[in-house]
Ligand binder design. Structure first.
Ligand SMILES: Nc1ncnc2c1ncn2[C@@H]1O[C@H](COP(=O)(O)OP(=O)(O)OP(=O)(O)O)[C@@H](O)[C@H]1O
Length: 220
């Protein structure tokens, strides 16, 4: 589904930084991939490239056989919006809006009507085990509940791939377990997962493990 061929990313502001060196990777539908490595090794750079949040400085990135380098920013944005969902360490939920409103906001610029957005948001929160928290303000939720609302927002429009950057970085062990359980369920339902983590317990959930060291990616 996603194929990186000799993909590199060099940051050029000031002294060049070779954040990712000639990387080859195939991501298949239904994969569960973890990305680990020391701070500054290139994990987020890899996630951002595969997630179309950034573009390679060299190499080729194909999505469903299509060369992304041939696509303009509007096309890349449309592919990203339709195929990909994102979850970050810091939840990024809006206070003063309910859980269901936060999930709906993630679909505001998509093709769905207001009524469809409400029904998709409700269903996504139900899948996360949050039926009883639909109308809670994020400030009333535990860390694990906030992250599950953020995951509901990322998956409500049914993306094919979910990218998570340190999804449990702000959570204690109980809340980490709750988030890992919903990620496991989403993967069992066919969603492809790519998860950057420092936590070996989180990494061990994945069936494929990538380790990044000084911009070099190895599958372990
Ligand atoms: N926008 C940028 N401009 C210049 N250098 C950058 C930029 N973003 C990242 N870097 C550098 O690229 C390298 C890889 O960074 P990256 O954020 O991918 O690492 P990481 O493994 O995700 O680190 P961490 O675990 O600390 O989040 C680092 O040396 C970093 O300083």
């Amino acid at each position: 589904m996603l194929v990186l061929r000799d993909v590199s990313r060099t940051y050029q502001d000031g002294q060049p930084v070779h954040a990712l060196r000639a990387t080859n990777l195939r991501v298949e539908q239904g994969d569960y991939i973890s990305i680990t490595g020391p701070s500054g090794s290139g994990k987020s750079t890899l996630l951002n490239l595969v997630g179309l949040l950034d573009v390679p400085t060299a190499g080729s990135y194909l999505i469903g056989g299509m060369e992304t380098a041939d696509c303009g920013p509007a096309t890349l944005g449309a592919i990203r919006g339709q195929l990909f969902g994102f979850v970050f360490q810091a939840f990024h939920l809006l206070p003063g809006r309910t859980a269901v409103e936060n999930v709906e906001l993630g679909m505001l610029y998509g093709p769905h009507t207001r009524r469809q957005r409400r029904s998709m948001a409700t269903e996504a929160l139900e899948r996360m085990g949050l039926s009883h928290r639909m109308h809670a303000d994020p400030r009333q939720l535990s860390g694990g509940e906030k992250q599950r609302v953020a995951i509901a927002r990322a998956v409500a429009a049914r993306p094919r791939v979910l990218f998570c950057d340190e999804p449990t970085g702000n959570l204690d062990t109980t809340n980490t377990a709750a988030v890992l359980a919903v990620l496991r369920q989403l993967n069992q339902d066919g969603l492809t997962l790519i998860v950057v983590t420092h936590d070996s317990q989180v990494a061990s959930e994945a069936r494929r493990r990538l380790r990044v060291t000084d911009g070099v990616v190895d599958e372990t």
